[in-house]
Ligand binder design. Structure first.
Ligand SMILES: [Zn+2]
Length: 351
């Protein structure tokens, strides 16, 4: 009997050296506009991270943000429950900005959401986030639900200028987990709520997370950017972007280069109590490799959503876009700094 080989870790299936960063082309500061840096606790549930507040540990956030600094990230926008904000702010100061995720259960009164908003506003969040993909819509979490429209009005009156939405999921999910069209609808239908909000609130900034939820369709992203000048996309959800942006490399590169002021760098890392350093390293490394280099090879991170099409290799390819320096500067730093003025308090020096 031959001994079975231990399976490689999810953060490095290919044995790539993450210390090899010679292909990086950018040496300025970055801002991560989409992250879930939170307090953590061994009893945390696997759902949305964070919430242990002062009873939790700050160590996993220290680990994640230490790695972020190593990759040039001077400020990270953290989505965490309001009770996590004071201990995180005390520990990290201007290295963190905050994004308030507005959720409530379907059976809860709207006041639950408004009280949560008040807590976030007291903590000085700069962004309000609405999570409303198909699996959320099943629980009443439509991005344009009436209580969420009211949240925009109240947050705007309190000075919040930036709203983030998650409206859709990968095409592969619509082909499998969401294949029941009567139950989940078609992918395109999930954009109606976003369009409604864009039309209703043209005077604030909207960031559609995860490349607008549609890196599979650069033409759709182009159309949205042309129609809605107050709409932006973030680059977060690393496995998804690596897989689909690499497949659509020329199309996505074209959209970003035509609209360099409309994209924000984001990774979507979440602190979890037991995650190791290399998990964080893998995502930052893949993101920077994807956008700024011309590196090509199998993606090192495990991706259960990858289904090779005819002629495709067994692991998804990572094919770097090699974005030009002036585009990178905007996507990595300048756009976030312009849209989120408190970024100016983050010290861009420690690189
Ligand atoms: Zn996220």
């Amino acid at each position: 009997m031959t001994p079975t080989q231990p399976s490689p870790p999810e953060y490095n299936l290919t044995g790539v050296s993450y210390a090899d960063r010679q292909h990086f082309r950018y040496d300025g500061p970055l801002i991560d506009a989409h992250a879930h840096a939170t307090m953590t606790h061994p009893n945390d549930s696997p759902g949305f991270p964070g919430g242990s507040g002062r009873n939790g540990s700050v160590a996993p956030a220290e680990l994640m943000l230490d790695v972020a600094r190593e990759f040039g990230i001077v400020r990270t926008y953290a989505m965490c429950p309001p009770q996590d904000i004071p201990p995180l702010r005390e520990r990290f100061g201007p290295q963190l900005g905050f994004n308030g995720l507005l959720q409530k259960r379907e059976d809860e009164p709207d006041d639950v959401a408004y009280r949560l908003l008040d807590q976030f506003l007291e903590q000085g969040v700069e962004i309000i986030k609405f999570w409303g993909p198909p699996r959320g819509c099943e629980e009443g979490l439509f991005v344009d639900a009436p209580w969420r429209r009211k949240v925009v009005e109240r947050a705007r009156a309190a000075g919040v200028r930036v709203f983030m939405v998650h409206v859709s999921d990968p095409d592969t999910w619509f082909a499998r987990a969401y294949a029941d069209v009567l139950r989940y609808g078609k992918k395109q239908e999930h954009y109606f709520g976003l369009l409604f909000l864009l039309n209703l609130f043209p005077d604030v900034t909207w960031i559609a997370a995860h490349m607008g939820g549609d890196p599979e369709n650069p033409d759709h992203l182009e159309e949205l950017l042309q129609c809605y000048p107050h709409l932006y996309f973030d680059t977060s959800a690393t496995k998804w972007q690596v897989r689909e942006v690499s497949r659509q490399r020329d199309g996505i590169r074209g959209v970003i280069c035509r609209h360099p002021s409309r994209f924000l760098f984001g990774v979507d890392l979440a602190t979890r109590h037991a995650l190791v350093r290399e998990h964080y390293v893998s995502r930052y490394w893949c993101q920077r490799t994807l956008w700024e280099s011309t590196w090509e090879g199998p993606s090192p991170v495990a991706d259960g959503d990858y289904q090779p099409a005819a002629g495709e290799p067994p692991l998804p390819a990572l094919r770097g876009l090699g974005l030009p320096p002036d585009v990178l500067r905007q996507v990595y730093h300048e756009n976030a700094r312009r849209l989120l003025p408190a970024c100016a308090t983050a010290n861009p020096a420690p690189l």
